[in-house]
Design a protein around this ligand. Structure first.
Ligand code: NAD
Ligand code: MG
Length: 386
């Protein structure tokens, strides 16, 4: 029996994770859940999965949740200490890190420090603190399983092979809703247009990141750390059908790929049950219905954010954390209708231009760089998002 803490249980990944748990009660139980503002959904999850512990954002939410619940109540905590308590609960054997954004870093790091295996959806943990996190994973001897579909595909394509035989990793990208959109009209797109992802149903922030391709940039950085692969050996191919989830090319010219219908339940389940597999309810792939799989190189003029991520990796040290912070601020501003879509990448670039990269020797230092990037991003935008 795997005993789970799910950080971010009310989000897109959290909900899909609990669907897998519900389908395999003999394999999984839930020790702790954490959520942001969706107390109604958290209440339903508590009633269905009976966690010992839950954590919410604020003391006020903790009180409200206590009032909503009837019957046996879990311990209810709040704030960062609540997230850490959930991530490190003594009964937990695996933590599913599914909070969105850099807010996921501290509880994920706490889980690793407490010796928990981690199923990692929160890519921002590796984007902001990859070197430190991978060192911690090694030191603690824990397992870090990718949930991100591309990284799960790479991980699956590496099984049974030697890492020294890898020539390069090829991450696929759908290209999002603006792949063929007239460039001169990008400044006029609405939030609704940007949230209309052609293939994947996901949380709002990652959906905007997919439209700008910053998501692929974050994934290049994630892959750099997860697979210890230099950036020049990580390629990105646009593959609009989202059927091949990523590939590994070996020195002999052979390429291993993982295919499937785009549904996050497959990579989530693999992270939970590795090296085994369980039924997920994901629709089988019917190759005969696919009219053709296409691949081409990304247009960096259309998607400047992708290049910014390679630049951040090249600058190294604190730059990826600053880039990520500026992206979070800019995406939030876009979602609130305060800036245009192209202003997202422009803000990130200006924030990076203003930053002098410095070394990061602790999670505290990463949080400091994150705060710096947020403040600079807000200052450049000239808006107050508080
Ligand atoms: P989401 O917005 O749907 O859910 C986020 C969860 O985190 C919610 O439970 C929310 O309440 C909680 N949360 C948000 N801000 C928080 C904060 N400051 N403190 C504590 N909790 C907070 O996001 P999602 O789409 O499920 O994505 C989660 C993570 O997984 C992201 O890092 C994303 O990049 C990654 N990911 C998601 C998908 C997907 O299909 N959704 C695919 C690959 C990777
Ligand atoms: Mg992905």
């Amino acid at each position: 029996m795997k005993k789970l803490t799910i950080l971010g249980s009310t989000g897109s990944i959290g909900v899909s994770t609990l669907e897998i748990v519900a389908a395999h009660r003999d394999k999984f139980s839930v020790v702790a859940l954490t959520a942001g503002n969706n107390l109604e959904l958290l209440k339903q999850q508590i009633e269905e999965f009976s966690p010992q512990l839950v954590a919410v954002l604020t003391e006020d939410s903790a009180k409200k949740l206590g009032q909503l619940l009837t019957g046996k109540k879990p311990e209810i905590l709040f704030g960062v200490p609540g997230l850490i308590a959930a991530a490190t609960a003594s009964d937990t054997s695996m933590v599913v890190a599914a909070i969105v954004g850099a807010a996921g870093l501290v509880p994920t790091a706490a889980a690793i420090k407490a010796g928990k295996d981690v199923a990692l959806a929160n890519k921002e943990t590796l984007v902001t603190a990859g070197r430190l996190i991978m060192a911690l994973v090694k030191e603690m001897g824990v397992k870090l399983y990718p949930v991100d579909s591309e990284h799960s595909a790479v991980f699956q394509s590496l099984q049974g092979h030697r890492s020294e035989d890898v020539r390069r990793i090829i991450l696929t990208a759908s290209g999002g809703p603006f792949l063929n959109f007239p460039l001169e009209r990008l400044a006029q797109v609405s939030v609704k247009d940007a949230l209309a992802h052609p293939n994947w149903s996901m949380g709002q922030k990652i959906t905007i990141d997919s439209a700008s391709m910053m998501n692929k940039g974050l994934e290049v950085i994630e892959a750099r750390w997860l697979f210890d692969m230099p950036a020049e050996r990580i390629s990105v191919n646009i593959h609009p059908q989202s059927i091949i989830h990523s590939m590994v090319e070996y020195v002999d010219g052979c390429v291993m790929a993982q295919l499937g219908v785009p549904d996050m339940k497959a990579p989530i389940a693999y992270a939970l049950t590795y090296p085994g597999r369980v039924p997920t309810g994901v629709k089988p792939l019917d190759l005969t219905t696919l009219s053709g799989l296409t691949f081409f190189n990304p247009d960096h003029g259309r998607f400047p954010a992708l290049k910014l991520a390679y630049r951040a990796l090249d600058d190294g040290e604190s730059m990826p954390a600053v880039m990520n912070a500026a992206n979070e601020v800019a995406v939030e501003a876009f979602l609130r209708g305060k800036i245009s879509f192209p202003a997202i990448a422009a803000t990130i670039e200006k924030t990076m231009d203003a930053h002098q990269p410095h070394s990061l020797d602790s999670i505290e230092a990463v949080l400091h760089a994150d705060r710096w990037g947020r403040e600079k991003g807000r200052e450049l935008l000239g808006i107050n998002l508080a």
